[in-house]
Ligand binder design. Structure first.
Ligand code: PLP
Length: 400
């Protein structure tokens, strides 16, 4: 059985070309970029090239707008903590109810420990931000707005440019967690109002343990990690040279594959979705189907448990995710689907299929064949299925 990997929003396979680019920087060119000898200089040159490769993917105006960090999580934390320090006289944060825990758990902590007021903006049934609530929350005390570019569970894309513009009108900084967007949709920061943006290498076929925070030139930044002068003193610690070089190569490849992502990958996703809905009753797609990442499908199968679905899928060689990878293991439906008011009977059975440029038609065929008997078997055993009220079946056309 050839395994089918449709969990690319959790992590992607490191592209072999990325590994190839990284390998020399472990053994042969192992120098410290800060050293004043040839070993260091070679690495320094490679890091400069990698920075330009990432700059090109982001469409950033200056390469020093990129600060390398250990992960998307560190970039998210650094952006918010910096804004709290630099935006004197402002002690409010605005974010959304569907952010990654890298944002939500930090702001909850700041609220508890530092007396920061946090406004969590809700979303509608399709996961779109409540713009009226957002406008109302903005004010002279807002230090920073942090709203994700695209949601990791549903793929829903947020209108970040418009949100940034509104934040600026209130004198606030605008940060976006673009961990799921970078490499999947075109980005051009040179023509954007976004002040800070987080990304992560392992979501775009780069290595794990490397991320970056883009900080627009002119935006004041206070480091979270202090020490040496690396990254112009904005993120101390000897550079993760293989990681940075790998991320550079991954960025170059992402640009090459962008068209494929927008066309072939989106078609695979659409064929899977349509095929599942056609073959399996009491199922629907969650998220904003008109404005989504090309690679993500979140399908809710009513009256059964996502965890059980995943186990049976795994037996059939299919890897996907229920809720988000970071929250699976708990039996609570994901905070994203709860924020969207997806009924519990459906949110519990939501499965996220996330594609990549490595996905194929054969993957979709295999999933379409495997899923109907899996769902039927679990429903046979489900008391909720037996006791469902047929009068309310397909109760909510909003999700259809
Ligand atoms: N933000 C979003 C939207 C994510 O999906 C993830 C990872 O799942 C992260 C942040 C965290 O990134 P990292 O794994 O690099 O810490």
């Amino acid at each position: 059985m050839i395994p089918v990997y449709l969990d690319n929003n959790a992590t992607t396979r490191t592209d072999p070309k990325v590994v190839e680019a990284m390998l020399p920087y472990f053994v042969e060119q192992f120098g410290n970029a800060s050293s004043m000898h040839a070993f260091g200089a070679e690495v320094g040159t490679a890091l400069a090239k990698a920075r330009q490769q990432l700059q090109a993917l982001l469409g950033a105006q200056f390469d020093h707008e990129i600060i390398y960090m250990s992960s998307g999580t560190e970039a998210d934390n650094s952006a918010i903590l910096s804004a709290i320090e630099t935006q004197t006289g402002r002690d409010e944060i605005i974010t959304s109810a569907v952010e990654h825990p890298a944002i939500l758990s930090l702001v909850a902590h700041l609220e508890k420990t530092r007396g920061i007021t946090v406004h969590i903006i809700g979303v509608d049934a399709r996961g779109r931000l409540d713009m009226e609530a957002y406008r109302k929350a903005l004010g002279p005390k807002t230090a920073i707005v942090s709203i994700m570019w695209a949601n990791n569970e549903t793929g829903t894309i947020f209108p970040v440019e418009q949100l940034a513009q509104l934040a600026h009108e209130a004198g606030a900084l605008f940060h976006t967690d673009a961990v799921q967007a970078i490499g999947k949709i075109p980005v051009n920061l040179a023509e954007s109002e976004i002040d800070m943006l987080s990304l992560s290498g392992h979501k775009l076929h780069g290595p794990k343990g490397i991320g970056a925070l883009y900080v627009r030139k002119g935006v004041r930044f206070r480091p979270m990690i202090r020490g040496g002068h690396q990254e112009r003193g904005r993120r101390a610690g000897t550079e993760n040279a293989p990681g940075i070089i790998g991320l550079g190569k991954a960025a170059e490849l992402a640009l090459e594959y962008m068209h494929d992502e927008q066309t072939r990958v989106a078609e695979l996703r659409n064929r899977l979705e349509a095929g599942l809905l056609q073959r399996i009753g009491n199922s629907f797609v969650t998220g904003d189907t008109e404005n989504r990442l090309p690679n993500t499908a979140n399908v809710a199968f009513e009256y059964i448990e996502g965890e059980a679905i995943l186990l049976l899928m795994n037996r059939d060689g299919i890897a996907a995710s229920s809720g988000s990878a970071c929250t699976s293991g708990s039996l609570e439906p994901s905070h994203v689907l709860r924020a969207m008011n997806v009924p519990y009977t459906a949110a519990h059975g939501a499965i996220r299929f996330s594609f990549s440029r490595e996905s194929s038609d054969a993957d979709v065929d295999h999933v379409l064949e495997a899923m109907p008997p899996i769902i039927a078997k679990l429903r046979e055993m489900s008391p909720f299925w037996r006791e469902r009220d047929v009068r309310t079946e397909a109760f909510n056309p909003t999700y259809a």
